[in-house]
Design a protein around this ligand. Structure first.
Ligand code: NAG
Ligand code: NAG
Ligand code: NAG
Ligand code: NAG
Ligand code: NAG
Ligand code: NAG
Ligand code: NAG
Ligand code: NAG
Ligand code: NAG
Ligand code: CU
Length: 554
């Protein structure tokens, strides 16, 4: 019998180590650890020796001081995904965008305040492919005395979904980049670090959550996988979605969640079925003809009073190409838009941008096929600089970037038609500049280069409203008329559907340099990324603060 992993439940009123203070300190020691998950014990990079890493707990408006000490032979940087970092761009984390990496033997204190945000976030490494094992949850509770806008759950639990490679992930991506081809897919998916019992690895347990009959639990589900959108299901149970990406939504019931890498989903689960054991599954969604890791990770939910010998009630995960299930979930999301949590969608737009996002192929004599697979936005494959863009912006260092990122594709074409000729791209470190408080609309238009594919696009520094989406090519006349400006979902990572588009709007009220990129790590490696420069405003608190003294140097 598998060695079931016991779990600590969180009590909303009494979080472990959580005292009522508005300053919270954490120490992250980045260390190598042998973590056998599939009966192969390659050392992996971890925080504090744990996989997933430690969870961070805070309350809205708290200040966090997280000291990261690098004890490994890789450069490291950590991103606090979804935290806006108002005025503190130096603490955002993406390497060579807002900071130089923390080099071996060095440390850096991330110092930021969670202004006006509460909900489930994640932290993860933002350099190389290290986020495969360097990630964890950030749980930000409402301010003391402020209730959730839904019935108070009995307890809360974090579910972190991930991917596991038997090989060293850096070997996997380096090999792919050398050959110019797609990297090897993972060998398993994981739920809180465990794939569940697998036949090839005796003694491998799975994550198990105990619940009390009749009680309601708040599940904070995070997709920390590198490259795969994941369905999440619990046998027989309905999940009531109440929040995504740390923004409250109009509650709705579903039996399946769909979460892209970088996204979080909070759902209420009521233990209202007969006492027993129920299977929990996480399985990939991919509706393009692409090689993926199609293995299902499993965990269990057991009701108090279940006999040890009781077999789990099983459930079938959706098929990898269950587009209808995925679309239904995306269509169900609406901002809560209540008096306490109003939805303030920008009505006017200063910058109308159309970003064609997808893959490309560039000639490469040393590559396996004579071509290198790349990715681009508006035909720009982003070249990472060797010093941080925020530094270059703040100190006016010339020659690091240009601010001429194209606001439209250089030559319009039938974006979503499958395109198999003339797929070359240009390369550059080009940024798009906006003034403080500008209203920006970006239509993210998927392309059919090679073939259409989903892209979960993440914007740093802001939440945005997803005011419209559709299949095919965006039609500015017709599609703008059907935008939802009343209660569109607010989030920080949005999936552009395969062969379609999504329109997002945000107010550029956070000065700094803010990364926008695909959260499929393979696409980011290939260049599907760019950054916005947001200039300082004239008023108080409308300027980027100077860098902290311990900011790493390149
Ligand atoms: C991991 O395990 C291998 C073999 O068991 C051992 O040689 C190595 O020192 C271990 N590494 C770490 C970081 O614990
Ligand atoms: C954190 O940043 C604030 C300014 O935003 C500063 O006053 C404070 O001293 C910093 N704390 C540490 C430990 O660096
Ligand atoms: C990738 O997969 C191929 C084929 O299975 C294998 O030969 C190669 O060693 C793998 N690469 C890494 C880095 O694991
Ligand atoms: C999963 O992928 C493997 C390898 O590509 C394939 O052989 C297998 O049939 C797939 N399984 C399912 C259920 O799609
Ligand atoms: C999904 O894939 C299966 C084969 O794995 C195929 O039989 C089925 O038609 C596909 N469904 C859709 C909607 O494409
Ligand atoms: C992208 O740029 C390359 C190189 O200049 C060019 O060959 C290609 O036609 C461009 N593609 C598109 C879609 O604009
Ligand atoms: C931002 O712009 C809006 C709309 O133009 C304006 O109402 C608001 O006062 C501006 N805010 C700041 C801080 O400049
Ligand atoms: C500026 O920020 C400080 C500290 O965060 C705050 O106390 C002050 O009220 C802010 N001022 C304005 C005008 O928002
Ligand atoms: C770590 O980062 C520094 C600064 O960018 C760079 O010079 C160095 O080559 C990097 N080290 C590794 C091992 O990548
Ligand atoms: Cu992508």
């Amino acid at each position: 019998m598998a060695a079931w992993v016991r779990v600590l439940l969180l009590f909303t009123c009494l979080l472990p180590g959580m005292v009522e203070s508005d300053l919270r300190r954490y120490k992250f020691n980045v260390v190598m650890r042998n973590k056998s998950r599939l009966c192969s014990s390659k050392p992996v990079v971890t925080v504090n020796g744990r996989f997933p890493g430690p969870n961070i707990y805070a309350r809205e408006d708290d200040t966090l001081l997280i000291k990261v000490v690098n004890h490994v032979n890789y450069n490291i940087s950590i991103h606090w995904h979804g935290i806006k970092q108002l005025g503190t761009g130096w603490a955002d984390g993406p390497a060579y965008i807002t900071q130089c990496p923390i080099q071996p033997g060095q440390s850096y204190v991330y110092n930021f305040t969670v202004n006006g945000q509460r909900g489930t976030f994640l932290w993860h490494a933002h350099i190389l492919w290290l986020r495969a094992t360097v990630h964890g949850a950030i749980v930000v509770l409402p301010k003391p005395g402020v209730p959730y806008p839904f019935p108070k759950p009995h307890q809360e639990a974090v579910f972190i979904l991930g991917e596991w490679w038997k090989s060293d992930v850096e070997d996997v991506i380096n090999e792919a980049m050398d050959l110019g081809v797609a990297p090897n897919v993972s060998d398993a998916h994981t739920i809180n670090g465990h794939p569940g019992p697998i036949s090839s690895c005796v003694g491998q347990g799975g994550f198990d959550l105990g619940v009390m009959p009749g009680k309601t639990y708040l599940l904070r589900v995070i997709n920390a996988a590198l490259n795969e959108e994941l369905f999440f299901k619990i046998a027989g149970h309905k999940l009531r979605v109440v929040e995504i990406d740390a923004a409250y939504v109009k509650p709705f019931d579903t039996d399946t969640l769909l979460i892209a890498p970088g996204q979080t989903t909070n759902a209420l689960l009521t233990a209202d079925l007969p006492i027993g054991r129920y299977q929990v599954v996480a399985s990939p969604f991919m509706d393009s003809p692409i090689d993926i890791d199609n293995r299902t990770a499993t965990a269990t939910l057991h009701y108090t009073g279940t006999l040890p010998s009781t077999p789990a009630v099983l459930t079938d995960p959706p098929s990898r190409n269950a587009t209808a299930t995925a679309t239904k979930f995306a269509h169900s999301l609406r901002s809560l838009n209540s008096a306490e949590y109003p939805c303030r969608v920008p009505r006017e737009v200063d910058h109308h941008l159309l970003f064609a996002i997808g893959l490309g192929l560039n000639r490469c004599s040393t590559c396996a096929n004579g071509y290198r697979v790349v990715a681009d936005i508006n035909n720009v494959t982003f070249a990472m600089p060797s010093v941080s863009l925020l530094n270059a912006h703040f100190f006016n260092i010339p020659g690091v970037f240009t601010d001429d990122f194209p606001g439209d594709p250089p030559t319009p074409y039938d974006y979503t038609a499958r395109r198999v000729v003339n797929m070359g791209t240009t390369t550059g470190t080009r940024l798009y500049r906006v003034r403080y408080n500008a209203s920006v609309q970006v239509v993210l238009q998927g392309t059919g280069m090679i073939f259409p594919e989903n892209h979960p696009i993440h914007l740093h520094g802001f939440n945005f409203f997803a005011v419209g989406k559709g299949l095919g090519n965006f039609d500015s006349e017709k599609d703008t008329r059907s935008f939802n400006l009343d209660d569109p979902v607010e989030r920080n990572t949005i999936v552009v559907p395969s062969g379609g588009w999504v329109a997002i709007r945000f107010i550029a009220d956070n000065p700094g340099v803010w990364f926008l990129h695909c959260h499929l790590e393979v696409h980011t490696s290939w260049g599907l990324k760019m950054a916005f420069i947001v200039e300082n405003g004239k008023g108080p608190n409308q300027s980027l603060l100077p860098p902290p003294n311990d900011l790493p140097k390149c």
